[in-house]
Write a protein that binds this ligand. Sequence first.
Ligand SMILES: Cc1cc2nc3c(=O)[nH]c(=O)nc-3n(C[C@H](O)[C@H](O)[C@H](O)COP(=O)(O)O)c2cc1C
Ligand code: SF4
Length: 394
Amino acid sequence: MAAGKRLLLGDDQPSIGEALIKAMDMSPADVVFEVRESDIRGRGGAGFPTGIKWNLAGAASGDHKMVICNADEGEPGTFKDRVLIEKMAWKLLEGMTIAGYAIGSSHGIIYLRAEYPYLVPILEKARQDLISQGLLGDDIQGRGFSFNIEIRSGAGAYVCGEETSLIESLEGKRGEPRNKPPFPVNSGYLARPTVVNNVETFAAVPHILLGGAEWYQGLGRDDCSGTKLFSISGDVENPGVYELPMGAALRELLELSGAKDIAAVQVGGASGSTVTPDELDKPMSFSALPPGGSVVVFNSSRDMLDVLENFMEFFVHESCGQCTPCREGNRRLLDIIRSIRAGEIASRDDLKPFFLLADVMKAGSKCGLGQTSPNCFVDIITKFIAFPGDKEGA
Ligand SMILES: Cc1cc2nc3c(=O)[nH]c(=O)nc-3n(C[C@H](O)[C@H](O)[C@H](O)COP(=O)(O)O)c2cc1C
Ligand code: SF4
């Protein structure tokens, strides 16, 4: 496992509590400023600037602010958060505690993927260890700051990873996305100002505090800052979790993992981008090729229509059904994929209405699921599927 600059998963780790103690020597506003200056963007997929999120939650009016860790990790092909919790649970808890100090919250919740029950004892042990060292709980290090963390099991649906569905689920309701605004930073869990961040985002925070914003920024490439964990699987010799500079070229990751005979690569999960061998030098950055947490490699033996059908079945199954573009759109895309498979589509021109439908879904769906689920349809049909009516060389 792993290669490149190993900040999050490397052997050279700061001592437990060092970053929290440093943070508590600073004012909460200075902690938020440091995170903001580091330019870290959320590692859960959407890439929202973490410092801005914390700033908004800190400034929001309302008591009992909340810090929630999104450990739902439901994106197909993603398993980096699982590894991070297995190996460095304390760092996630410390990052959450620093967030609590920064925004003025005394309560955190970890929303853990339902399929990860074996991580509960690991998190629980890390929690107890921190409490016994005076780094979590009441009156941390005698500084008058208290922060407690609860561990809650997820509800098993992909859409519960979307932050407002996650909050609904935590409140004991059906996990469906909320209308936004209001955003969670103003009205989240139980209508309290709430920060929701990914496991990896919280785990990066102690490093930012200890190394400084400028140092952290310098670790990234392209227009990115910091390092990034990538879960890579599929047709590679060495699947696993690798840590590289955020913004590193996709090719670098593929070489490290021993990918050969590459026909297609799915970057950023089922809702991400499907790239051809000509695109491997693209940087895995938010502006060029947003990586999320997952990279899946397909070699030339794979039928990309099969891959597409599989992704679309997933979205049909996981759509919560609240809004029409997503509920009906994904079904229509799956139907047409099956018609292509049955040889009923002679020309790519016949698919024009479905590309239009994909645009409507992206623009009209309520949450990120329906807004991104057509990506694989557009990419795979455009780049990988040939039709009898295609002109030679087209
Ligand atoms: C359908 C869907 C599923 C999502 N699943 C996850 C997930 O499993 N883990 C995660 O951190 N973010 C997930 N997100 C993104 C969250 O809504 C949110 O942006 C993220 O937790 C914010 O944390 P970050 O800023 O640290 O990335 C998902 C979004 C959508 C639309
Ligand atoms: S886009 Fe899909 S998952 Fe999201 S609210 Fe609409 S129906 Fe539900």
